[in-house]
Design a protein around this ligand. Structure first.
Ligand code: NDP
Length: 501
């Protein structure tokens, strides 16, 4: 099934200006199945010349797209949402194959993605400016307008979700998109660009170039690009922000995280464990909001550790294409090696290995895959590396806390500030903790729930700006002020007028 989509991508091709284009450069990227190492596809690593051509196409597309009424843009976005819905099964199978994420998970996530297109298409039609009568006989008006070409640089962990979130806000705002997906999961972005053509988008509205970090950097530097929207690691965020600062263009940065999950003793143990398991191991722990630092009331600490061990050991790891599989591999050999390095360091620093820590034994061809056992360490102290650094894999820590104050102190002992979870039945405690824990997205008695209406974005090393909601739409636009004199006569300054500003 997923093969059928892969076959729609012509060899050595990028997609810009509304059609497939042969890449000018010669370098190639091999896309591998992380569960087996099988090569699934080969895509071009676009060079400066390709980037310049795609950016020019996006600039030309902008002249057309920005001039359409919001309702007409919305109509096309809704057509695209319909195309995605009709091909959902194939898209989920493709994404599972390329990312290694379990098919049950991919189908559940994929089913909701068209909602982002529909939501932003709808709210953009309701965007209203303001008008005020101000001192001295003036009326001021505000107008929103698109920025221009938006560069969208995306990560591999939710390739289509993250791309559609960004694209929906940018397109509804009237911008055109120049997209660079991750080298590890580039295929679905190319396919989506062709579906935009099929939906009737004017040429140059959605443009995709594949490549590595150097291609992403070339896009940020392209003079036609008017804003950058990145989802990626914090180190990449700093590099992208530096280019944006140099060019004085806006940068939205959705970066890394190390989500703390506070679990209090008034939550039923089974529910707390189920919530922790989901937060830690969905997507093999490869989400920016993965629950990674469990801060558990010392009254239930040992019972929680034992319960989490039991549930983690029941997770079925294996072939991502099977519906009974709970967890697939991590994305790359480098990612698996990083997980094992963190495991070795945690052991050396004295953390207690509760479960996992190794590579699961699987039959061929999955014995070659990048699998890591669901791994839990207890007695992890805030100064340990496992507590401080993003692992981006299924390796988590549990730490006892003796008071709310200690929970907050440990939760905020991190350079990140993206996701956090609070599990308690006490509404006062929930609000106290939610206002004290530093994070841009906080779940109470749940985790990872996401909706086009619910803003998303981090603080500090987790980035700048927001996805979702009106904040996302408005921040992908610029706003101007128009001041109209209504007083009949101009206050002639050089003839003794009184008012300056
Ligand atoms: P990377 O930072 O490696 O890459 C992100 C994107 O930026 C890729 O397309 C990448 O290309 C590109 N890129 C890399 N270097 C540069 C550069 N110098 N200039 C411009 N673009 C560049 O992240 P990953 O893909 O590995 O994704 C994982 C990270 O993303 C984690 O830290 C995770 O926490 C974060 N993330 C954040 C989310 C959020 O909402 N805040 C959501 C999901 C993930 P290439 O891959 O080809 O090198």
């Amino acid at each position: 099934m997923s093969d059928s989509l892969l076959k729609t991508v012509p060899a050595n091709s990028l997609h810009y200006g509304g059609q497939w284009r042969k890449a000018r450069g010669r370098s190639k990227i091999l896309v591998r199945n992380p569960a087996t190492q099988e090569v699934l596809a080969e895509v071009p690593a676009a060079e400066e010349e390709d980037v310049a051509a795609a950016a020019a196409a996006a600039r030309e597309g902008f002249a057309v797209w920005a001039s359409l009424d919001a309702a007409e843009r919305a109509r096309l976005m809704v057509v695209l949402a319909g195309i995605m819905r009709a091909r959902m099964d194939d898209l989920a199978a493709l994404e599972s194959l390329v990312t290694g994420r379990a098919i049950r998970e991919m189908r559940a996530q994929m089913g909701r993605i068209p909602e982002w297109l529909e939501y932003f298409a709808a709210i953009a039609q309701g965007l209203e400016g303001e008008s005020n009568r101000v001192k001295g006989g003036f009326v001021t008006l505000t107008h929103y307008e698109p920025i221009g070409v938006a560069a969208l640089l995306t990560s591999w962990n939710h390739p289509i979700l993250i791309l559609v979130k960004k694209m929906s806000a940018a397109l509804a705002a009237g911008n055109t998109c120049l997209i660079k997906p991750s080298e590890l999961a580039p295929v679905s972005a190319l396919i989506l660009a062709d579906w935009c053509r099929e939906a009737g988008f004017p040429p140059g509205v959605v443009n995709v170039v594949t490549g590595e970090g150097a291609t992403g950097a070339a896009i940020c530097r392209a003079p036609d690009v008017g804003m950058v929207d990145l989802t990626g690691g914090t180190a990449t965020g700093r590099k992208v922000a530096a280019i944006a600062a140099e060019r004085l263009i806006p940068a939205m940065l959705e970066l890394g995280g190390k989500a703390p999950i506070v679990i209090w003793d008034d939550v039923p143990l089974e529910e707390a464990t189920a919530g922790a398991l989901f937060a830690a191991f969905v997507a093999s722990g490869q989400t920016c909001v993965s629950g990674t630092r469990f801060l558990v009331s010392d009254k239930i600490y040992e019972a929680f550790v034992a319960s989490l061990k039991k549930r983690a050991e029941a997770i079925r790891v294996g072939d991502p294409s099977q519906t009974e599989t709970d967890m697939g591999p991590v994305i790359s050999q480098a990612s698996a090696a990083r997980c094992h390095e963190h495991i070795a360091t945690a052991l050396a620093e004295g953390a207690r290995l509760v479960t996992g820590g190794g590579k699961p034994v699987l039959a061929a061809p999955f014995d070659s895959g990048n699998f890591v056992e669901p791994t839990v360490f207890a007695d992890v102290r805030p100064e340990m590396r496992l507590f401080q650094e993003e692992v981006f894999g299924p390796v988590v820590s549990v730490t006892p806390v003796k008071s709310e104050e200690e929970a907050v102190q440990f939760a905020n002992n991190s350079p990140f500030g993206l996701g956090a979870g609070i599990w308690t039945r006490d509404v006062g405690r929930a609000h106290r903790l939610a206002s004290a824990v530093r994070a841009g997205v906080i779940w109470i008695n749940d985790h990872h729930k996401n909706d086009p209406r619910s803003i998303w974005g981090g603080f500090q090393d987790s980035g700048l700006g927001k996805e979702n909601g009106w904040d996302a739409l408005k921040s992908r636009m610029r706003k101007r002020s128009v001041i109209v004199r209504t007083a009949p006569n101009f206050d002639d300054w050089f003839a003794g007028g009184a008012r300056y500003g």
